[in-house]
Design a protein around this ligand. Structure first.
Ligand code: PMP
Length: 366
């Protein structure tokens, strides 16, 4: 037994506002078909792996030194990628990076949220937004979507204007529901917001809609677009998230970021991975086609499916979603119970994984 295991969390002088809360916890289980965390199912190509190994080998002799604190070369590469994929001219001054977009979002709330401030999100959405709000002591203002999980933008804008949160989160495509917002709708929300609007575009590469990056020139003091290499880029284990914003926003985040937060290993591996963007993102079209096949098959089996512009699908309806989640698991298929009544979320995998999921779906029924 570990030393100190007689002390329980309730015995600790923990902040009162953290007592009784539960941490983020997608189960990490070793089963044959893992479709629960929206990763890209295709591993890095041998050429990419070689490149990462070469880059890491090249800097291994420098590990006694701190990394580039400002990660300038990486930010230049990210600016080149995001600029070319959105058609918006960006420079490294517009980009900021951290260990996953979760850390980016935390830095945003450290700088623009915090005690006495509030953040608003349209739920159901990404569960980490309220958890990061809690960690930074930012008051969380949950605002409901329609029953079909779409967003009533006019109503949302009037709530934003009335509640006047310091930070608004808009997830597009939205996790876990999959719907995305067109630019005119995003513009309405940005114009209604008195503070900053974070468009969380973790799944943007899978979406058929243009990126909110196109709105940066018109709303430089308000808009922050957050992105990640964890999904389409197949780099979840590398931990690299980033944002695009006005340079002043990047300056503001310097006030809260820990020095040298991005290790030299992370920076080198991410740059190597970005050099292989074209081959990695080749999987995006394949995954989108597989998503459409999964959706059609689920509909054919009689499930109700929420339209998705991402690499996952929310579907139902289940009397007892958690019991159904367990039935999938018993068949070797790990999907996600996101806590929405009657629904489960499945990540789009390889054709073989999707076949296994669909075969299990036939058996578990509704
Ligand atoms: N935003 C959304 C909407 C997500 O779904 C996720 C991952 N589940 C993240 C941000 C964070 O991803 P990461 O920290 O790996 O970049």
């Amino acid at each position: 037994r570990p030393i100190g295991d007689r002390v329980e969390i309730g015995d600790l002088p923990l902040r009162d506002d953290l007592r009784g809360r539960t941490p983020y916890g997608a189960p990490q289980l070793d089963v044959p078909v893992r479709l629960n965390t929206n990763e890209n199912p295709y591993p890095p190509t041998p050429a990419l792996v070689e490149d990462v190994v070469r880059e890491v080998a090249a800097i291994a002799g420098e590990l006694h030194r701190y990394p580039d604190r400002d990660a300038v070369a990486l930010r230049e590469d990210l600016a080149a990628y995001l600029g070319s994929s959105t058609g918006v001219p960006l420079t490294s001054a517009n980009l900021w990076a951290a260990n996953g977009s979760n850390e980016v979002l935390q830095q945003i709330l450290q700088a623009f949220g915090g005690p006495g401030r509030s953040a608003l999100g349209f739920e159901p959405s990404y569960s980490m937004h309220p958890i990061i709000a809690a960690g930074t002591r930012t008051e969380w203002a949950p605002t409901p979507r329609r029953a079909d999980f779409s967003l009533d933008v006019a109503k949302a804008a009037s709530i934003v204007a009335e509640r006047a949160p310091d930070v608004v989160f808009v997830t597009s495509p939205n996790n876990p529901t999959g719907q995305s917002l067109p630019l005119p709708d995003l513009r309405v929300l940005i114009e209604a917001a008195p503070g900053v609007v974070v468009v969380d575009e973790a799944y943007a590469e899978f979406s058929s809609r243009p990126s909110a990056v196109a709105l940066l020139a018109d709303h430089p003091a308000k808009l922050i677009v957050s992105r990640t290499m964890s999904k389409a880029f197949a780099f979840a284990g590398g931990r690299l998230g980033y944002l695009a914003a006005a340079p002043a926003v990047v300056d503001a985040l310097q006030l809260v970021r820990l020095p040298y937060h991005l290790s030299a290993l992370t920076q080198a591996a991410a740059r190597a991975s970005l050099r292989h963007a074209a081959e990695t993102l080749g999987s995006v079209a394949k995954l989108a086609a597989e998503r459409d096949r999964v959706v059609d098959s689920l509909v054919g089996l009689g499930f109700s499916v929420v339209p998705s512009d991402a690499n996952f699908v929310l579907f139902g309806w289940f009397e007892d979603a958690h019991a159904t989640w367990r039935s999938y698991l018993e068949r070797g298929v790990l999907i996600r119970d996101v806590g929405i009544a009657g629904h489960l979320r499945v990540t789009v995998g390889t054709p073989e994984e999707n076949d296994a999921f669909l075969a299990a779906s036939k058996e578990v029924g509704r």
